[in-house]
Design a protein around this ligand. Sequence first.
Ligand code: BES
Ligand code: MN
Ligand code: MN
Length: 456
Amino acid sequence: MQEIKKYVEENKQRFLDELFELLRFPSVSADPKYKGDVLKTADFVAEKLAAAGADKVEVCQTAGYPIIYGEKIIDAALPTVLVYGHYDVQPADPLELWHTPPFEPTVRDGKIYARGSADDKGQFYMHVKAFELMMKTNTVACNVKFMIEGEEEVGSANLGIFVNANAERLKADVVLISDTSMISMENPSIETGLRGLAYMEVEVTGPNRDLHSGVYGGAVANPITILCKMIASLHDENNHITIPAFYDNVTELPTAEKLALNTAPFDLDDYKKDLGIQSEWGEKGYSTLERTGTRPTLEVNGIWGGYIGEGAKTVLPSKAHAKISMRLVPHQTSAEIAELFQQHFEKIAPEFVTVKVTNHHGGEPVVTPTDSIAYRAAEKAIEESFGKKPIPTRGGGSIPIVALFEDVLGIKSVLMGFGLDSDALHSPNEKYDIYNYYKGIETLPLFHKYFAELSK
Ligand code: BES
Ligand code: MN
Ligand code: MN
């Protein structure tokens, strides 16, 4: 541990400078306008991985953005850790809400403000620097493989194809991922579950063209009103989702797990204060941690239609749209849920309108084991560097590829995230604490050490 701390201390400034360089690339995978920047980011990652000491570094082309692969095989008898992360980021919009530009990393109060600082550049880059540290201090304890992709934020469709085609090359004993959150630095934790996702878009059409709302209003259904009613009907008075069969495969958490989940440090008053809400909301009969970690949900991500420009225009619009996503829990599959949603949405459409439902991307839920060697190695590493045993928690977010690692490669993952829920992922002013960045770089080599030791 002393040697690790010493190396980090001596290279602190460079570690930060390199992360800043990485953060300056606007690698927004969702927006084709950034294509050139995303590709440059891929090259930068490959270059840094090679510089850190990885062999066989390759910018693997896909039908979309490239996947960076690199490895260090020191001894076939040792266990292999496959590190996964993503170099793409979410769009920075709404830009006007950022206090400093999203792609010009700025430090305030010990925190790095930039799009991707926590999700996931600041987090996957910790692995690159931890690897450099192990190489330079001659402490590489396991074989290491890196796979850093550029399409996580848009559903990882091409990564799925890559994993299927490269199963042999990706062979490993565990997938190690830092792309999740901890409760706090005082209460370190490890997420042991991720929710799945089904993402839909709906279009509701009324009349065949926009109409004068005075001439026709009152006699023709307004598709925005109808869409709002349809959406409102998707939750009942207990905030239960009303889609038939939606909960059919959902199981209740065993009592012991439920109790454990609810003993995690969580202050509802702080939570409400942080978000500026008077009261929390959710499915009746479940606590906030249960609602986000163990229950399926349905959210409207965006809704539009009609006139939204300056001033007032009197119009009865022809169309209304919404993007609706559902977070899924074990035993629900994105294909099944997308199908149930579509059937239901078409069924509840009144005769005044027609609806079109399209299915965007999806992902399957996962629960990761807490009784594995890899989990125990992560636990020991965190306990040593934080001075406190980490608490297992259930995360509400999704990393669609994790379920695929299990299905295709037969490898379980450990979600060793060092972010915080308050890092404003996907929001304006995303940040990552410099402290967490260095803490991660210090902790990850310990994972490798204990994973090798416990695997003996
Ligand atoms: N890193 C997040 C997922 C995450 C965040 C998990 C915090 C747990 C805690 C990831 O980059 C992400 O944002 N995933 C998307 C899904 C994807 C298909 C767009 C999500 O969860 O919305
Ligand atoms: Mn992420
Ligand atoms: Mn994300």
